[in-house]
Design a protein around this ligand. Structure first.
Ligand SMILES: [Fe+2]
Length: 176
């Protein structure tokens, strides 16, 4: 058997049967895997800020970011398994995440509490936007199962952005 034939045979073992076309599987797997990379990046950033929070609102913000990180982490496995159910393949490693993530890391030594919340608010808003774009792709290919999962996750991302937005209103303003 040639190397090429062996590779094709190995890949066939991961080709879960699906009635969606080859293009649909490729498009949806790609979009969902990029989303998954963003989910891991945002999970770790929320934990980073949970761990490195400081200041007079420490307890509130520390707990808020832990709740949000848990909610983000909870959608990672269902996203990856959707890709496998569709017959595609998904993330393999931290390096793979780093190559695909669109949400930026922040490795700064110190970030002010309000900057942390504002940055996460934008990141969650961006995540909701990417999910909506992926939802559009699902509609194009008739993948109602992924679309219905995304609808719940978009609502959750918007709720996180709302909480982060409100928590930064009047924050650290003079007189407070
Ligand atoms: Fe913790």
């Amino acid at each position: 058997m040639t190397n090429e034939a062996a590779k094709t045979r190995r890949e066939a073992r991961l080709r879960t049967p699906s009635d969606l076309g080859e293009n649909a599987i490729k498009d949806l797997s790609g979009a969902l895997t990029a989303l998954l990379a963003d989910v891991y990046a945002l999970y770790l950033k929320s934990k980073n800020y949970h761990w490195h929070m400081s200041g007079p609102h420490f307890r509130d913000y520390h707990l808020l970011l832990d709740e949000q990180a848990d909610q983000i982490f909870a959608i990672a496995d269902p996203i990856a398994e959707r890709v496998r159910k569709l017959g595609g393949t998904t993330l393999r490693s931290i390096g793979h995440i780093a190559r695909l993530q669109r949400i930026k890391d922040n490795d700064a030594d110190y970030v002010t509490p309000l900057d942390m919340l504002a940055e996460l608010r934008e990141d969650n808003r961006d995540l909701a936007r990417s999910m909506r774009e992926t939802h559009g792709l699902c509609d194009e290919h008739g993948d109602v199962a992924t679309a219905s999962l995304l609808e719940v996750w978009i609502d959750e991302a918007e709720r996180r952005a709302w909480f982060l937005f409100e928590a930064t209103q009047f924050g650290d303003a003079p007189g407070r």
